[in-house]
Design a protein around this ligand. Structure first.
Ligand SMILES: CC(C)(COP(=O)(O)OP(=O)(O)OC[C@H]1O[C@@H](n2cnc3c(N)ncnc32)[C@H](O)[C@@H]1OP(=O)(O)O)[C@@H](O)C(=O)NCCC(=O)NCCS
Length: 184
């Protein structure tokens, strides 16, 4: 997880390592990482398929993998994100709040975020489809995030719908709330 801090947002908006660790510990099923083998981390490396959560699958140890992108979320309740709902994890929440979508600078504008988001939305739908009476989580109704104006197109491209300007203030620029509705 400490690799994630290097990929984060501008300093005024970046999550601290403490917050990232809290979010991944609280909701490990909601973390998605995109990894490359360290010897393959070159600018012309082919982009791998994003791996859900555990980078240890297969015979590659996590210490030989480099994180090139990730998505981290927690659960919240309700139709909209607020400063308060984004500050904690509600295990019985029915909405996924995406806090961070980050891609290493060297790998940006090559479709990594788009591929991670598509895989992530399918992963959430699979979680919903596989839920049964013994599952502790509630069915997930929607995925919410806040984005700056210039990244609205990125999220709209994978199916998010713009709700409008968010009440959340974090850093100098306004945030826009977007939603993706899951089948439940
Ligand atoms: C934003 C971010 C996640 C995008 O990752 P990425 O892998 O480069 O995104 P993609 O290659 O999948 O981009 C797909 C499309 O989204 C749009 N897009 C992505 N990044 C953009 C940017 N910085 N400015 C404007 N449009 C952007 C473009 O339309 C792009 O298509 P194009 O490259 O053909 O023009 C990455 O720049 C990043 O990690 N930034 C730092 C953290 C951050 O700001 N996260 C999002 C906050 S809302």
């Amino acid at each position: 997880m400490d690799q994630s801090v290097n990929l984060e947002y501008p300093e005024s908006e970046a999550a601290s390592l403490k917050n990232l660790v809290f979010r991944q510990d609280a909701a490990p099923d909601l973390f998605l990482g995109c990894y490359l083998r360290k010897e393959e981390v070159q600018i012309d490396s082919p982009i791998p398929n994003p791996n859900p959560n555990n980078p240890n699958s297969g015979n590659t140890s996590s210490s030989s993998l480099e994180l090139v992108g990730y998505i981290v979320s927690t659960l919240v309740s309700g139709d909209h994100l607020t400063h308060s709902s984004m500050s904690s994890h509600n295990p019985s929440g029915d909405a996924v709040c995406i806090h961070s979508v980050c891609v290493s600078t060297a790998f940006q504008r090559r479709g990594v975020a788009t591929r991670m988001l598509k895989e992530y939305l399918q992963h959430l739908q699979r979680l919903n489809n596989n839920m049964n009476a013994s599952t502790s989580m509630n069915k997930l109704k929607r995925v919410l995030l806040i984005a700056h104006e210039h990244t609205i197109g990125l999220y709209a491209g994978v199916g998010f719908v713009l709700i409008g300007q968010s009440s959340v203030e974090h850093g100098p620029d306004p945030w826009f709330e977007m939603v993706y509705t899951l089948d439940h």
